[in-house]
Design a protein around this ligand. Structure first.
Ligand code: ADP
Ligand code: MG
Length: 584
C-alpha cells in the first residue's frame, strides 16, 4: 500500500526555492522587486562575498504592519492580487512565494516601519526558528539574507566565483534600474560603494535617457538612436545602438515587457531581424527596448523566474519591433537599401550553391599537409618565379582582382576564387596564435598610447587578463577608473579599432566566466583580434601582393576556411568550367 503524505511546509518551500532562487542574483531580484512594488524611491543594496554571505536591500517604501510582517513569510501570501485575476497583474511580484522560499534556505530578517502606528518590527528566521521583536528603523523596509543556501549545501556547490555571482547581481540591478528611472539605486559591494544612480523626478523619456546614461554609459547614448512607435495598442520605446556599435554577444540587449525584464527568444529574434543586412550575422546590436502591452494580451506567468512571456499575438509584437527599430535606424541617415541586395542574394544563392557543390573541395588540396616554410618560399623564390612556375603552387598564380575583394588565380587544374579578407583574417589569427604559443609575438609600440574607457565589468576582466593579453601582443595598463591605456599591439594588426577590439575580448572572457582559460579560448580571442585587423576587402592589391597572400595561405594551417567557418577560396577545375558551359 502506498503511504501518501502531504509534504511538510518547509520542504514545499525548499522545492519552490529550487525554482525561484537559483543563485544570489535571483534572491536579490525578488527583494528589489518587492521594494519597487512597495513604491520605494530610494533603494540601497549591500552584497558581501558575491551575495553568498550577505544580500541586503533597504528601501523607503510603504513598509509593513506587524500583521503583514508575519503574513509575508506564509507561502502564497501576497498583498498584490486583490481580485484574484491572474491576467491583470501590474506589480512585479504576485506569487507570494519569494520570502517564504528564501526563508527556507537561508537566514532571513525583515524589518519594517509601520507609518500608521509609528512603530517598527523585526521578524527573523534564524536556523529555521522564527523571532519577532521591535525594531529601531524609522522608514520603509530592510530585508537581510545571510548565508544563502546554507541549508541546501548542494546548491552552494553550483555557485560560481564571487566575481561571477556579483556580475549576475549587477545585471539584475541594471535591469531594474533601467526600467525604474524615478527610483535612486545605490550599490555597495563588500563595504565599497560601487555606484549611486540618482533618480529623475518624472517618469518620461528624458528620465529614462538619463538612467540609461548612468547604466549603459555615455558611449551608448552618443552612438544610439531613440525608438518610439505606437501601433495596435502596443507601445515601443527605448534606445538602440547604431549598427557600428555592436558586440560579440547579446549581453547588452535589454528588453522589457510592461517594465518587466525579459529574455525572450521571440523578441531577441525580432531585434536581430531589425538589424538584418546592417550588421554581420555573428554580431549583436546593443539595445534597450521597452514594450508596453495591455496586460490581457500577455501572459507573464509562464516561467517561475518570470523571464519568459507569452503573447496572444506574437507576430504583432515582432512586427512593431522590426519596423520601429528599423525606422529609427533609417531616420538616423543610414543606408538601408538592403532589401534590394537581399533579394539579389536570394536569387543568386542557387547558383552559388551549385558552384559550391561542384567545386569547393579544400580537402583535396589539403593545404595543411604542405610542408614548406614560408621563408624559403617567398623571400627567395617567389618574386623571381615565372607565371608558369607559380601555377604549380596549390593556390596558383594571381591573374586579377575582382571588386577589390576577390583574387582570381589560375593553377594547373583550373581557376581559384579567393576571398582576400577571409584569407587574411585566417593568416592573422594563425600568426598571433603561433606567436603566443612560442612566446615570440612581434609587437609594435603605439606612438601615442590609446586611452579607452570601459564599463566596470569589461575593465575588471581586462585588467585581470593583462598578463595573458601581453603574451598576445597587447600591452595594457590601468590608467584611471575603468580606463585603460593600450601601449603596444601585435605588429601584424594594422589600423585596429582598439576600443571595439578590447570590448569584444572582454565579452569573450565574460562569456566563459570564471572558467575562462586563455589557452582553451585562444582561437576565439585570436579570432577577435584578426577580425579587427585591417579590412582587406575593398582594398586594391598589386599582383605581387596577391601572390604573396596566396603563398602565405599555403603555409598557414587551417587556411581553407576563415575564422567564421566560411571557405576562404573556391576552386573551379577546368572540368567544372566545361560542365558549366555544357562542353562535356
Ligand atoms: P509577492 O511579492 O509575490 O507578493 P513575496 O514573498 O515577495 O511575494 O512578498 C510577500 C509580501 O510581503 C508582499 O506581497 C508584500 O505585501 C510584502 N513585502 C515584501 N517585501 C516588502 C517591502 N520591501 N516593503 C513592503 N512590503 C513588502
Ligand atoms: Mg515579491
Amino acid at each position: 500500500m502506498n503511504n501518501i503524505k502531504k509534504l511538510p511546509e518547509n520542504l514545499i518551500n525548499q522545492i519552490a526555492a529550487g525554482e525561484v532562487i537559483e543563485r544570489p542574483s535571483s534572491a536579490l531580484k525578488e527583494l528589489i522587486e518587492n521594494s519597487i512594488d512597495a513604491a520605494a524611491t530610494e533603494i540601497s543594496i549591500y552584497l558581501s562575498d558575491g551575495g553568498k554571505t550577505l544580500i541586503e536591500v533597504v528601501d523607503n517604501g510603504k513598509g509593513m504592519t506587524l500583521d503583514d510582517l508575519s503574513m509575508c513569510l506564509e507561502r502564497h501570501a501576497t498583498s498584490k492580487i486583490s481580485d484574484g485575476d491572474l491576467m491583470c497583474i501590474d506589480s512585479l511580484g504576485f506569487r507570494g512565494e519569494a520570502l517564504p522560499s528564501i526563508g527556507s534556505i537561508a537566514n532571513l530578517c525583515i524589518e519594517s516601519f509601520d507609518k500608521s502606528k509609528s512603530e517598527a518590527w523585526k521578524i527573523s528566521i534564524i536556523n529555521s526558528k522564527k523571532h519577532v521583536e521591535p525594531s529601531i528603523i524609522r522608514f520603509g523596509t530592510k530585508v537581510t539574507i545571510t548565508d544563502l543556501f546554507f541549508k541546501v549545501p548542494a546548491r552552494l556547490k553550483f555557485l560560481k566565483t564571487n566575481g561571477t555571482e556579483i556580475r549576475y547581481c549587477k545585471e539584475v540591478v541594471k535591469h531594474l534600474a533601467m526600467s525604474h528611472p524615478t527610483i535612486s539605486f545605490t550599490l555597495t559591494i563588500d563595504s565599497k560603494k560601487i555606484f549611486y544612480w540618482d533618480k529623475s523626478e518624472r517618469n518620461n523619456f528624458e528620465g529614462t535617457k538619463n538612467r540609461l546614461n548612468q547604466v549603459m554609459g555615455e558611449d551608448f547614448i552618443n552612438s544610439s538612436v531613440s525608438v518610439e512607435m505606437e501601433r495596435d495598442g502596443l507601445m515601443l520605446a527605448g534606445m538602440v545602438g547604431m549598427p557600428t556599435l555592436n558586440r560579440n554577444t547579446g549581453r547588452e540587449q535589454y528588453l522589457f515587457v510592461n517594465n518587466r525584464p525579459v529574455k525572450d527568444r521571440n523578441l531577441i529574434g525580432a531585434l536581430r531581424g531589425a538589424y538584418k543586412g546592417l550588421i554581420e550575422n555573428n554580431r549583436f546590436p546593443v539595445a534597450v527596448l521597452f514594450i508596453d502591452i495591455i496586460p490581457q494580451d500577455v501572459d507573464i506567468n509562464v516561467h517561475p523566474a518570470k523571464a519568459e512571456v507569452r503573447f496572444k499575438d506574437s507576430a504583432k509584437v515582432r512586427s512593431i519591433i522590426v519596423s520601429g527599430v528599423r525606422k529609427s535606424l533609417e531616420s538616423a541617415g543610414l543606408n538601408t537599401a538592403t532589401e534590394i541586395s537581399n533579394a539579389l542574394i536570394d536569387k543568386m544563392s542557387f547558383s552559388t550553391k551549385s558552384i559550391n557543390e561542384i567545386s569547393y573541395d579544400s580537402n583535396n588540396l589539403d593545404l595543411n599537409n604542405i610542408n614548406i616554410s614560408p621563408s624559403s618560399r617567398f623571400t627567395e623564390n617567389f618574386d623571381s618565379d615565372s607565371f608558369e612556375k607559380k601555377k604549380t603552387y596549390p593556390l596558383g598564380s594571381a591573374i586579377a582582382q575582382a571588386h577589390g575583394t576577390y583574387i582570381i588565380s589560375e593553377n594547373e587544374n583550373g581557376l581559384i576564387l579567393i576571398d582576400q579578407h577571409a584569407a587574411h583574417e585566417r593568416i592573422v589569427l594563425e600568426k598571433i596564435r603561433a606567436g603566443f604559443l612560442n612566446s615570440n609575438i612581434q609587437k609594435q609600440i603605439l606612438l601615442i598610447p590609446e586611452v579607452i574607457e570601459l564599463t566596470e565589468d569589461h575593465f575588471d576582466v581586462i585588467i585581470k587578463q593583462k598578463d595573458n593579453l601581453l603574451k598576445l601582443g597587447l600591452a595594457i595598463e590601468e590608467f584611471d577608473t575603468n580606463t585603460i591605456l593600450v601601449r603596444e599591439h601585435p605588429a601584424i594588426l594594422d589600423k585596429v579599432n582598439f576600443s571595439t577590439l578590447i570590448k569584444d575580448i572582454a565579452d569573450e572572457i565574460i562569456n566563459f566566466g570564471s572558467e575562462f582559460i586563455l589557452s582553451e579560448r585562444l582561437d576565439n580571442i585570436c579570432g577577435n583580434m584578426a577580425c579587427h585587423s585591417s579590412i582587406r576587402s575593398g582594398r586594391l592589391l598589386l599582383t605581387s601582393e596577391m601572390n604573396a597572400l596566396l603563398r602565405e595561405m599555403e603555409v598557414t594551417p587551417n587556411s581553407s576556411q576563415c575564422n567564421h567557418g566560411r571557405p576562404t577560396f573556391i576552386k573551379l577545375s577546368v572540368k567544372d568550367i566545361e560542365k558549366l558551359f555544357g562542353r562535356t
